[in-house]
Write a protein that binds this ligand. Structure first.
Ligand code: PMV
Length: 358
């Protein structure tokens, strides 16, 4: 059989699955740079975590009239789901443009951690989506390309392309690896203090802070100083200095929000109680340090040998609903469809069992 169609590029695989872990910033980014395209105003340093993992499957199909996006079995279409869908479609559009394809995609994403808790899943979500969509579209991007692609959707997602410690410089296109997890193995405990999604998204929160907080210029000046000190501490495996920098970065970031007009307070009463538990542990000689992001949950960094003691202390804290235990996570990677299907099947089973237990 002959055909008069000439294909110069190889036929894209059309389907790819990826796994990526969320990361928690030890040194925070808060505020966009004037360079545009969602670049950060200040440098940040993160640890990627294995307990917060997203699996995503992307398939480009010729018979779809629009992109179909499903998160944990629920189609994203209207309301808050509509906003999330738009962010996904925008990333797909950038991939389609680069690959020169016009096909729509079926995207299925699964968060292997409690999404109802309002934990930031955008970092793992957009890192997994950037990888799966690029490969499904037949692109062969570098890790830096993928990091830049994810950054345009969520700047913290740029860091989730890397395992262990990653950095994202101010104004940077993409994040970079700083150190492997086994260079300085640490544990993180995540104390969940409230259920439900956050009231103010991080982009909106940052813009409001930059516009109205008199502390924002001080943040821009001091955040890079803390970043440089923390980076040296990771490389030197100096936990006490890293912990002190992390707590100061957290409180400086939240202070800029407290001073905004109107104020922006992500904290719940239990957030402060969890912080008090951490400082009490330190007085007892347990090395543990807290951090918080754009939400009420408290994340605690400690050495692996103290993780269980810290977790128990947090679990005993009034208002703490549950505690997730995490070690360092892997860099974003491709997975087989079978692994994706298994994870989805297991999640569906667990859901049925939990409902049966009620
Ligand atoms: O991922 P974004 O762009 O929505 O912003 C996340 C901001 C913080 O989580 C508060 C800090 C950070 O560096 O991750």
């Amino acid at each position: 059989m002959t055909t008069n169609r000439v294909t110069q590029t190889p036929v894209p695989p059309k389907l790819a699955c990826a796994s990526a872990c969320a990361n928690i910033a030890l040194i925070k980014y808060w505020g966009k740079s004037n360079a545009g395209k969602n670049r950060p105003a200040v440098p940040s340093l993160s640890l990627t975590l294995d307990a917060l993992r997203t699996l995503t499957r992307v398939e480009f199909l010729s018979d779809l009239e629009m992109d179909e996006v499903t998160l944990d079995g629920v189609a994203l279409d209207s309301g808050a789901g509509g906003r999330a869908r738009t962010r996904v479609v925008n990333l797909l559009d950038r991939v389609r443009e680069r690959a020169g394809i016009a096909l729509h995609a079926r995207v299925k994403s699964h968060n292997a951690f409690p999404t109802a808790a309002g934990l930031a899943s955008s970092a793992s979500g957009f890192a997994a989506l950037a990888l799966a969509a690029s490969v499904a579209a037949g692109l062969e991007p570098s890790r830096a390309d993928l990091s830049a692609l994810a950054r345009q959707s969520s700047a913290s997602a740029a860091r989730s392309l890397f395992g262990g410690y990653a950095v994202l410089e101010a104004d940077a296109e993409s994040a970079e690896a700083l150190a492997e997890a086994d260079h300085f193995p640490l544990s993180m405990l995540i104390a969940l203090t409230r259920t439900g999604p956050k009231a103010v998204g991080s982009t909106e929160g940052m813009q409001h802070t930059a516009r109205t907080s008199p502390f924002y210029p001080a943040w821009l000046e001091h955040a890079p100083i803390l970043y440089r000190e923390a980076k040296r501490a990771v490389l030197a495996k100096d936990f006490a200095t890293l912990g002190a920098c992390m707590e100061q970065s957290t409180l400086m970031m939240h202070s800029t929000m407290f001073a905004a007009r109107p104020q922006l307070i992500y904290w719940a009463p239990a957030s402060l109680r969890a912080i008090e538990s951490v400082t009490a542990l330190r007085k007892d000689g347990i090395p543990a340090y807290f951090t918080m992001d754009a939400g009420p949950h408290v994340k605690v960094l400690t050495l692996p040998e103290h993780a269980e003691r810290v977790a128990q202390e947090l679990e005993r804290t009034e208002g703490v609903l549950s505690v997730l235990r995490s070690g360092p996570g892997h860099a974003a990677r491709l997975i087989e469809s079978a692994e994706f299907d298994d994870a989805l099947g297991r999640a569906a089973n667990e859901k049925t069992q939990t409902m049966g237990d009620r």
